[in-house]
Design a protein around this ligand. Structure first.
Ligand SMILES: C=C(O[C@@H]1C=C(C(=O)O)C=C[C@H]1O)C(=O)O
Length: 248
C-alpha cells in the first residue's frame, strides 16, 4: 500500500458516490422517511423510518461479515451481532488505537440536513422503502470514503515518520493538518468529481440533437460542493484524529 494506490481507491470510490447520488435523485425528498422531526431531538437518535431502516440493515450486514472489513464503519455500532460467515484474514494495516475512529454521526447529519435538500426535488411519491435503500447506499459510500482517511494517514505516516513524529508527540492538530494537506490534489478531486457527475448523469440519446439542452441527473456543482465542503474536510479530520493516536 502506498499513497498512489490509496489515492486510486479514493478515485474509484468517487464513481460509487456519484452513482449513488444519481440513484437517490430518482425520488423526491420524501420527508416522511425522516420524521418525526421533534424539536430539540437529535436527528441521529430519533427513530425515524430511515433510522430503523439503516439499523436493521446494519444488523443483517454485520451477520454477513461486512464490518469485519476494516474499511467499513457502521452508523450504529452498538449491539451489532457477530459475523456468521467464514472469517477472512484481512491485512491489519491500521494502528489499533486509530482503527475505531467513527465520524458517522456527523456524516448522517450533513447528509440529511445539508446535502439531500440540495439535490432531491421537493415532493412525496410514497416510495419510502426505495428512498431509504438509496439513502443507505449514499451514506455507506460517503462513509467508506471519509473513513478511508485512516489508510491515507497510515501511508503518509509510514512514508515520513520523522516528519509526522514530532507533531504527534506535541499533539499538534494544526501542524498535522498542514502537513497532510495537498491543495493541488484537492483541486483535481473537485474538478474530477464534477466531471464525473456531468458524464455519468447526462441523458444518453442515439440522436445528435440531444446536445441542445444540458440537464444532469444530479447537478455537477452540488457534487463538487459535497467534496469541497464536507467529504475532503472530514477525510482530513479522520486523518488528523488517526495520526494523533498513531504513537499510542
Ligand atoms: C486524501 C488525501 O489527503 C488530503 C485530502 C484529500 C481528499 O480528501 O481528497 C486530498 C488531498 C489532501 O489534502 C490525499 O493526500 O490524497
Amino acid at each position: 500500500m502506498d499513497l498512489e494506490s490509496v489515492r486510486d481507491s479514493l478515485i474509484r470510490q468517487e464513481d460509487t458516490i456519484v452513482f449513488s447520488l444519481i440513484e437517490r435523485a430518482k425520488f423526491p425528498i420524501n420527508s416522511w422517511a425522516y420524521s418525526p422531526p421533534q424539536n430539540g431531538v437529535d436527528a441521529f437518535s430519533a427513530s425515524s423510518f430511515l433510522h430503523s431502516f439503516v439499523r436493521e440493515s446494519e444488523t443483517l450486514h454485520a451477520k454477513a461479515g461486512r464490518y469485519e472489513n476494516p474499511e467499513e464503519n457502521p452508523f450504529f455500532p452498538d449491539d451489532l451481532p457477530p459475523s456468521m460467515v467464514p472469517t477472512h484474514d484481512y491485512k491489519q494495516v491500521l494502528h489499533p488505537a486509530g482503527s475505531s475512529i467513527n465520524v458517522n454521526k456527523t456524516i448522517w447529519d450533513i447528509y440529511l440536513n445539508k446535502l439531500l435538500p440540495l439535490f432531491a426535488a421537493e415532493g412525496d411519491d410514497g416510495n419510502y422503502g426505495l428512498t431509504a435503500a438509496c439513502d443507505l447506499a449514499c451514506l455507506q459510500a460517503i462513509s467508506r470514503r471519509i473513513h478511508y482517511g485512516k489508510f491515507v494517514a497510515e501511508v503518509k505516516f509510514k512514508e515520513s515518520p520523522e516528519e509526522y513524529g514530532p507533531a504527534i508527540h506535541d499533539q499538534d492538530r494544526a501542524g498535522l493538518m498542514k502537513m497532510l494537506t495537498f491543495e493541488a490534489v484537492e483541486e483535481m478531486v473537485k474538478k474530477r468529481v464534477e466531471k464525473k457527475a456531468t458524464v455519468f448523469g447526462q441523458e444518453v440519446n442515439l440522436s445528435d440533437n440531444s446536445k441542445s439542452k444540458e440537464t444532469y441527473k444530479v447537478d455537477p456543482s452540488v457534487v463538487s460542493r459535497l467534496y469541497e465542503e464536507w467529504v475532503m474536510p472530514l477525510t482530513k479530520q479522520v486523518q488528523v484524529e488517526y495520526l494523533l493516536r498513531r504513537l499510542d
